[in-house]
Design a binder for this molecule. Structure first.
Ligand SMILES: Nc1ncnc2c1ncn2[C@@H]1O[C@H](COP(=O)(O)OP(=O)(O)O)[C@@H](O)[C@H]1O
Ligand SMILES: [Mg+2]
Length: 494
């Protein structure tokens, strides 16, 4: 096996890989868009909630914040701590509430960090946060989420900022509220969904590999079976057939293959039969010659006429061998010459007439009347020598298988685009059970009788082959004891 074949995946794995690729791409697209939509949805609903919280707090503290009374003002610090806890209890997210005055300076921080780097008290946020300026100017600012890195920690956190102005009926905007809340819950949940979808996708992918591997067996199994059968056939086991299963196309392939292998088997059987028949036919005269020569060797007769008689017998057996061999050669030649058949215009009437003239003597010897009826000239296309051989064979048979005093009639006429040569005799006829085999090689109704008349059983099969090669047809109608009619049909040349 060539080494590069190892790198080509089998059909089965190609199917599995294709399925897997489709599924993986599908999962990636689904997972990414599901996570995106889900994240978007959850963050948006949080934004809505926290916008309401910010407005709610701003409204509640606005009156106190505007009072300017130090006792009342000191209460605001506790109030926003309480609000922070309340929101934490509801949302389960740490929440920091800042109250800024109308200059953007932090007055209250729910984390209440007085000093240190995290302390925002008394810091002016309007410099670093443009939103602060926008809100204090009376513009509405949507809540927004930000990834921030708290302190020197390396991983970022998702934080939501919401803003609300503190309005006073007389003084207008007197400050603002900022709520910052961590969205770690959403982050955690999205991560969990991601992991779940990941494991789910991997599980499904594994299942897909398994099922597609099994399912692809339905496709590849018949192909594999077919390959095995072809391999066995190539080793000479021509009786192999495939079991037809699988899809419609595979069934059709299987059926076509079975038809082909059956034909191949028949061909092989016919060839073997032919070889064994031919050997048998050649062996018979050879055995006779062997017996005759051995008798001659051991004979002590003085009479030369006895030797003469034996030698004559040997001679006729040799003639017989010759006839068989030349018939065989003719058959083989027709088989191989199929393509290069002469295609010249042939006047069928003239051809039949010539043939009959040659056979007239044979008919006279047997006291058989040989009559003929012709149409005008009928021209066909083909090989005149081979066609003459056909007519000669058929008429010769008619004379041979008709008892003395009988009649053989040959007619040539036109019938629906065909030239027809009809040869009828009043002879012994052919038994119905033998009619289907009449054109088989070496077939003879009565072997002994045919051999006595010098027949080889090859004449009709040669004739049949030649006519088929000319695009024509040959058929026979016969009744035992009454006679036979042979029809040779050839397409007329237009
Ligand atoms: N006109 C016929 N009448 C009766 N039997 C015939 C006729 N033609 C052929 N047959 C039968 O068909 C057999 C095959 O014919 P053919 O192939 O020409 O062989 P053969 O060498 O015996 O003539 C013959 O042996 C004979 O039994
Ligand atoms: Mg014959």
């Amino acid at each position: 096996m060539p080494t590069n074949r190892n790198f080509v995946p089998s059909f089965r794995w190609q199917i599995v890989i294709t399925y897997l690729l489709i599924i993986v791409v599908g999962f990636i697209i689904t997972n990414v868009s599901v996570l995106n939509i889900l994240g978007r949805y959850m963050i948006n609903s949080k934004k809505e909630t926290f916008r309401l919280y910010a407005n709610w707090i701003a409204q509640i503290i606005s009156y106190d914040y505007a009072s300017g009374d130090p006792d009342i003002l000191s209460g605001i610090g506790y109030d926003i701590q309480d609000f922070g806890e309340e929101i934490f209890n509801k949302e389960r997210e740490s929440t920091r509430i800042l109250v800024l005055n109308k200059n953007g300076v932090v007055d209250y921080d729910s984390y209440n960090i007085i000093s240190g780097p995290d302390s925002l008290l008394k810091q002016n946020l309007s410099k670093n946060f443009p939103e602060v300026v926008h809100v204090l100017n009376g513009e509405s600012v949507e809540p927004r989420e930000l990834y921030i890195r708290p302190g020197n920690s390396s991983d970022s956190k998702l934080v939501l900022y919401s803003y609300a102005p503190i309005q006073h009926e007389k003084h207008g905007i007197i400050g603002m509220v900022i709520i910052s809340t961590s969205l770690s819950g959403i982050e955690q949940m999205l991560n969990e969904v991601k992991t779940r979808m990941g494991t789910y996708s991997i599980t499904v992918a594994v299942l897909i590999i398994l099922t597609s591997y099994l399912a692809s067996g339905f496709i590849t199994q018949p192909i594999k079976q077919l390959t095995d059968v072809i391999r066995k056939m190539s080793q000479g086991h021509l009786d192999q057939r495939v079991k037809i299963s699988g899809s419609r196309e595979l069934r059709q392939l299987g059926e076509a293959f079975n038809i082909m292998s059956e034909k191949l088997e028949n061909l092989d059987r016919a060839r073997n039969e032919f070889v064994s028949n031919a050997s048998h036919e050649l062996k018979t005269p050879l055995s006779a010659i062997k017996v005759l020569t051995e008798s001659l060797i051991h004979m002590e007769a003085d009479d030369p006429s006895v030797y003469n008689e034996f030698l004559n017998d040997i001679n006729s057996e040799i003639d017989r061998l010759n006839t068989i061999i030349s018939d065989l050669l003719t058959l083989v030649k027709i088989d191989t010459e199929e393509v290069q058949l002469d295609q010249e215009p042939v006047d069928l009437v003239k051809l039949v007439n010539n043939t009959l003239r040659r056979l007239q003597l044979l008919a006279q010897q047997k006291h058989i009347t040989l009559e003929s009826y012709y149409d005008d000239h009928l021209t066909v296309s083909g090989d005149s020598v081979k066609l003459q051989q056909v007519v000669s064979n058929i008429v010769d048979n008619a004379i041979k298988y008709t008892p003395e005093g009988g009649r053989v009639t040959v007619e040539v006429y036109e019938n629906s685009g065909n030239a027809v040569v009809k040869v009828s005799d009043t002879g012994i006829g052919i038994p119905a059970k033998d009619l289907p085999h009449i054109f088989d090689r070496f077939f003879r109704v009565d072997k002994a009788r045919s051999r006595a008349t010098g027949g080889t059983g090859l004449g009709l099969s040669i004739a049949h082959k030649i006519i088929l090669l000319h695009g024509g047809n040959i058929r026979v109608v016969s009744e035992e004891g009454k006679g036979s009619i042979f029809y040779i049909e050839l397409p007329l040349k237009v």
